[in-house]
Design a protein around this ligand. Structure first.
Ligand SMILES: C=C(O[C@@H]1C=C(C(=O)O)C=C[C@H]1O)C(=O)O
Length: 410
């Protein structure tokens, strides 16, 4: 493992070679400390640590991260025969939701295996040491417990947030809750990743530094000058059959509360991206994204950057969107700190990867849990509006938690 001061003296030696199709990327992970970012079988997985940074909290944390990466990547000896986004050296990262909370990390894995658009490649940093492979073992029975607040306490906090909104202090705030889980055995993130990728192929299945999940929400994909974001906000349950399902989807489209909640999230993304972009395309109406546990209003935003901003610069400008913070942002963050009664850690923060060109993909870390030993801490939240009903918001949070409960239980 190389920290920044050492990295400056001893540059990374990075080699990327084309390999034959590895098919199931997640099945190639040799040990229980995996790095992953996979959707529809494409993406990258990594293991080992060639370099790691613990990002200092504070308002300049993305800039600090960018500086750390620049000095590491600019000094590296790179032999990259593939030349695709994600080839050459790659760092995976997870940033805490709250800029003032510690726990943001960036890691350059020693080995990265990637697959995209019919091509596959392997990147190694340093020597080709063998990694001993251990088979993943399911965690066994899972027992759940309350996190920071009981369900009725959380409903009470939601009611307080609704009062604040009705009093005119803000338009929207996203309140989250946590749930604890204890397993019979050590929880191997690889087991969770395989289950999530199988059941939620539409989502980005990720693992960075113990935070494991499958998020449907793409904060930003950066490929050259092009960027893309999938903004989600407004949620309905799935129906018991196709007609109930469709009726709930239609009701979601027709719901003024959900349309307003979605519009807040889209407006925050538009506002953040406009100064960075030469062109920006924001759809007038959302579509429906149907997942196995919930359905969401979704808007795909695309644009072209006006200068050489890296994906982390774009992340810095966007986070936190109103999909996970609220409107206006500053007031919403203060209400979250006051009412939520917990530290979100990396939940609802940016998670993803960046390469030496500044390309990368970052999601909002939703439908996820911190996993350590035989324990996990699961998170889910909901956008609270003036019309919100605390019991309905609790049910929505429970539906969102089901993704990770399935990952743990199988
Ligand atoms: C906050 C979460 O999800 C976000 C909130 C949504 C909502 O309130 O409708 C929908 C999608 C996400 O942007 C979560 O999954 O924890």
């Amino acid at each position: 493992m190389i920290r920044v001061s050492v990295a400056l003296i001893r540059p990374l030696a990075v080699r990327t070679v084309a390999v034959s199709d590895p098919h199931d990327l997640l099945a190639r992970l040799p040990d229980a400390a995996p790095y992953a970012w996979v959707r529809h079988g494409e993406g990258l997985v990594g293991w080992g640590e060639a370099a790691r940074a613990v990002v200092p909290p504070g308002p300049g944390r993305f800039e600090w991260a960018r500086g750390w990466l620049s000095s590491l990547f600019e000094g590296a000896h790179i032999d990259d025969e593939v030349g695709m986004p994600g080839s050459g050296p790659v760092a995976l990262g997870s940033f805490t939701f709250d800029a003032d909370t510690p726990g943001s990390t960036l890691v350059v894995p020693r080995v990265v295996l990637a697959r995209r658009g019919g091509r596959a490649w392997l990147t190694t940093v340093g020597d080709d040491r063998l990694t001993l492979a251990t088979p993943p073992v399911p965690p066994g029975r899972i027992r759940y417990g309350d996190g920071s607040l009981t369900a009725p306490e959380w409903e009470h906090r939601v009611a307080r947030a609704v009062r604040r909104i009705r009093d005119g202090a803000l338009d929207k705030v996203v309140l989250a809750r946590d749930l604890t889980a204890v397993a019979d055995r050590h929880i191997d993130p690889r087991v969770l990743l395989a289950r999530l990728a199988d059941r939620y192929p539409e989502c980005y299945t990720f693992s960075v530094g113990g935070l494991v999940g499958a998020t449907p929400e793409l904060l930003v994909r950066h490929t050259g000058q092009s960027i893309e974001s999938l903004v989600l906000a407004g949620t309905a349950a799935r129906g018991a059959d196709a007609s109930e399902d469709a009726a709930r989807g239609m009701a979601l489209f027709a719901s003024e509360k959900d349309r307003h909640e979605h519009a807040c999230a889209v407006a925050s993304v538009r506002e953040a991206l406009t100064p960075l972009c030469a062109d920006l395309d924001v759809p007038d109406h959302p579509e429906l994204l149907v997942l196995p546990n919930v359905q969401h209003l979704a808007s795909r935003v695309t644009g072209r950057l006006s200068d050489g901003a890296s994906v982390l610069d774009v992340v810095a400008a966007m986070h936190p969107t109103a999909a996970v913070g609220g409107t206006p942002t500053g007031t919403a963050l203060a209400v979250i700190r006051e009412l939520e009664g917990m530290d979100r850690g990396g939940y609802a923060g940016p998670v993803g990867w960046i390469d030496a060109r500044g390309d990368g993909e970052w999601g909002i870390a939703l439908r996820c849990a911190y996993v350590s030993g035989d324990r996990a801490r699961l998170f889910a939240g909901c956008g609270i509006m003036a019309e919100s009903d605390p019991a309905a918001e609790l049910a929505e949070a429970q539906a969102k938690l089901r993704a990770m409960q399935y990952a743990l239980e199988g």
